[in-house]
Design a protein around this ligand. Sequence first.
Ligand code: G1P
Length: 292
Amino acid sequence: MTEKRIKAVIPAAGLGTRFLPATKAMPKEMLPVVDKPAIQYVVEEAVASGIDDILIILGRNKNNISNHFDSVPELESNLANKGDHEKLRRVKAPTELADIHFVRQGEPKGLGHAVLRSRNHVGDSTFAVLLGDDLIDVRDTLLTKMIDENQKSGLTVIALMEVDPEHIHMYGAAAVEATDDPDVVRVTGLVEKPKKEDAPSNFAVIGRYVLNPGVFDILERTEPGKGGEIQLTDALQELAVTEGVLGVVFRGRRYDTGDRVDYIKAIVQLASDRDDLGPELRPWLKDFASQL
Ligand code: G1P
């Protein structure tokens, strides 16, 4: 099959109120997860799946996201003069990842509205959307499988994960039917953040989407839904009942950085797995846990 190159869109315009006051003057996407801002992991994931053109949708007070992906000549020459090649590599890495573009959302009218702001950049092509609150472990492929499924079927593909039914109210929830592939389901309906008793299943939408451009026309006329916001889930519900939507079921490691406790867990898990930090951190963690 000939590989079609697709662009990625990363909405980064949320207010991050759960992390106040840390996010009073700094976007939540810049909160460090070990030693990289959360959004850098998401950009790296897109790049790892073969994407080299990324559009980040910014909100107000988000300028330091664009600064992060720009070069800092004074710092770079300072590190080069000192011969500190390792730090120099780390400073330059975000700049060299991909061709990164930015657009401001204008008004915070919801995820569906943020995605619609990418229309001019994306054009009439399939594109990926990656949400910054969900970090997918680089060792577990998800987006690549989603892009493959889109290229095979021509359908929009979303990522799903089974969650505890007590938590389904925090996600979009999908009604699904099995296919021949145990990792792929047909999505027959979607509802944004339902009450536990109204949820069609415990399949939660996690923040990875491979969308056909037809979603833009739907988003143009999608009315505000849950929370008074234009919801991507509502547009996808329409797509599910018209042209069809597939779900790739993810069973790998996902870290939720949108919630304070989960954010702390993500940092501990990722750091303890790292070769440079794990050997020192793991024995300390065991000792610390034994005193709890
Ligand atoms: C968004 C989507 C929701 C999805 C979630 C995944 O919600 O609207 O359908 O389940 O991301 O993280 P948010 O968490 O931005 O409120």
